[in-house]
Design a protein around this ligand. Structure first.
Ligand code: PSU
Ligand code: MN
Length: 305
């Protein structure tokens, strides 16, 4: 899968390489959630737990990051712990992935960059928390995540808990539809909203089993349709924060971002940090629970493939 020109920049962790060579299930994991999405030490614990969950489901986890210019497909425990504590890690999307490689920098890969790296390594299934999308106010800020374009072009199945409710979910769904990305509510006809099981919007498509998701992916491949798919897996009932309650926190965080003049790639980390503060840590607990839930489903999809 890896083009010869790319392989010299990539280190595939031995257990991942073995699984790929043997055709056993592998699940990619992103690392911006580690470097920019959660505080230490919760980020380190979350990153280790999701790997265990994937292994318990019979798949091999591959956390993807750039470490000193090397694209890492799977990290050792020590590398993962170092990344969780790194102070100067970049946030890497399609626009800056090659910069970090060329300049020998270290960074967490976003959904977009993780999809690129997973595909280079021949990994088809990827678990995250929430994808980036169209930000509220995008009609003036033009802030639309590169994750959406990546879903349109790179054939990786992304398992998420939907789009964060800090985004404009309706516009995010519109862009995904325009760009030809299947969005599948997992066991739900409603689009989940990250911390909450329900948004006001319908899931464009619904499937209730990993086998169905695997079949859809293979059908798209067989038809020569490009790009990936987004699976929107609602957070477990026991861990959700209902949307009515989240709305107030989100509005306050957005006000703080506007007052502080926060812009560009700092917006998502700022809002997540602010909401963590406003919910007294409860949003973080929910965030961890939904990532674990997504890791489990991703491992089952990888198994079905
Ligand atoms: N969801 C989280 N925490 C995160 C992110 C998503 O709970 O840190 C990250 C993902 O890596 C996603 C990125 O790809 O935020 C989107 O950033 P932007 O909006 O700048 O494209
Ligand atoms: Mn953005």
């Amino acid at each position: 899968m890896t083009p010869e020109t790319a392989s010299s920049f990539i280190d595939i962790h031995p257990p991942v390489a073995e699984a790929l060579a043997a055709g056993r299930p592998v699940v990619a994991l992103e690392s911006t959630i580690i470097t920019h999405g959660m505080p230490y030490p919760d980020n380190a614990a979350m990153a280790a737990n999701v790997e265990t969950i994937i292994a318990d489901e019979g798949a091999v986890p591959a956390t993807i990051a750039v470490v000193a210019g090397r694209i890492k497909i799977g990290l050792s425990d020590a590398e993962r712990e170092d990344l969780a504590q790194a102070k100067d890690a970049m946030k890497l999307s399609r626009a800056d992935l090659a910069f970090a490689v060329a300049e020998e920098r270290t960074g967490g890969t976003t959904v977009a960059a993780t999809m690129i790296c997973a595909h280079l390594a021949g990994i088809t299934v990827f678990a995250t928390g929430g994808i980036g999308g169209v930000h509220k106010g995008a009609e003036t800020s033009f802030d639309i995540s590169a994750d959406l374009d990546e879903l349109a072009r790179t054939p990786v199945i992304v398992v998420s808990a939907g789009a964060k409710a800090i985004l404009d979910i309706e516009k995010t769904l519109e862009v995904l539809e325009t760009r030809g990305v299947p969005v599948i509510g997992y066991g739900s006809e409603t689009m989940p909203a990250f911390w909450s099981r329900q948004s006001p919007f319908r899931a464009p498509l619904t499937l209730a089993a990993p086998e169905g998701i695997a079949r859809l992916h293979m059908t798209r491949q067989a038809l020569g349709l490009q790009g990936g798919m987004l699976v929107a897996n609602p957070v477990p009932v026991a861990d959700e924060i209902p949307s009515a309650e989240m709305a107030g926190y989100i509005a306050d965080a957005q006000k703080a971002a506007a007052t502080g003049g926060v812009s560009g790639k700092a917006v998502t980390p700022f809002l997540l940090g602010k909401i963590l503060e406003l919910t007294g840590g409860r949003s973080l607990k929910t965030n961890i629970a939904l990532v674990e839930n997504n890791a489990r489903l991703a491992a089952r999809i990888a198994g079905a493939l």
